[in-house]
Write a protein that binds this ligand. Sequence first.
Ligand code: FAD
Ligand code: PHB
Length: 388
Amino acid sequence: MRTQVAIIGAGPAGLLLSHLLAQGGVSSVVLETRSEEYVAARIRAGILEHSSVELLASVGLGSRLRAEGDEHRGIYLQWPGERHHLDFVDLAGRSVWVYGQTEVQKDLIAARRADDQEIHYEVSDVSLHDLADSPYVTYTDKDGQSQRLDAAFVAGCDGSFGPSRASIPSPKVHEKVYPYSWFGILADVAPSTDELIYAWHPDGFALHSMRSATVSRLYLQVPNGTDPQSWSDDRIWDELATRLGHGQNGWKLNPGPITDKSVLPMRSYVQTPMRHGNLFLAGDAAHIVPPTGAKGLNLAIADVALLSKALIAQVKEKNPTLADAYSDDAQRRVWRCTHFSWWMTTMLHTSGDPFDAELQLSQLRWVAGSRAGATGLAENYAGLPLGY
Ligand code: FAD
Ligand code: PHB
């Protein structure tokens, strides 16, 4: 088999890249270890920043998002006794959208299918070869047959566990592991809030998010290694009620049936460069952020917006300028989002140290009380323009 770009991974980065390449007249083949059903059902991120929505809409992926997604002007930031609304539209001129990654993934799968995109699901033994010269990828297809895919370029969109990142020789790796995790639940109950609540609490951080008018998504800070099955539903709702301020100023948290429980460890990870010869990394394959800034999915989208342009210029015009600049260009935004995600995480999660707690509360009061502080958060959360 031969194609112009071999894409490893059918997550949001891989499928959006194949979509953008197709629009620019560049062919690709996508390889994915999981099944299509598994990829479409994975519960992950929930917030699209302004530029992600604009990009998706500009390439024909915005109609269900606009019809079924929910536009939010901002978020609530709170600590015991106080809740403040930060209006991003007022502060930074940009909104965000609540639209689950599962829905983005379904839209991408439908669009690629409508275009007859070749996607091979349930492959194994994916291995990258001769990346400096004439790249090819070998793998075992779902019927157990060995296959070889030759390509001018390989895009490593295979997340943090795929083989692409390890194919870059002697990378520089920056990593920070946080001493806490998120316990996430999905519940069949109407959200108790119109916009997301990010709550600092002495017992630990809590977040009230949502997926629709009837489905809520909530998170609790828990120690690393927590077993989600060891918490009863009552204990989860009690803890959420305490940390989110049930009863304060008449606000109530509505509990409901929990349909999913998972624990997500938190880390920051950046690998550079994002290119080796004809291999380019995008999304979680190159970087991971803790979810407190809602940046992981948005960063994957921003990477492939840059990478698609670079590969189209290379393939169609033999112009290497954008490809040569890709790693440095992408890293500017990666480090901005890495800093923002670290800052939100360390401002909102308790460490048990009373000195840290006072600093966090002072920072929260400043962010919520000063237009300059609030604008900084709003600009970063609602997202910088593509190409930043
Ligand atoms: P992925 O979505 O990871 O896609 C990579 C794809 O590559 C996967 O489909 C994988 O199966 C495939 N793959 C792996 N190995 C191979 C191989 N050898 N060959 C072929 N294919 C392979 N972000 C937030 O902002 N908020 C959240 O709440 C949030 N929750 C998350 C929960 C979890 C459990 C995880 C893992 C991530 C979460 N994220 C969250 C981050 C966000 O979902 C990611 O940043 C986003 O999915 C990145 O997209 P991607 O396409 O780069 O990677
Ligand atoms: C989510 O809805 O899953 C979500 C929202 C905001 C975040 C992280 C996750 O910061």
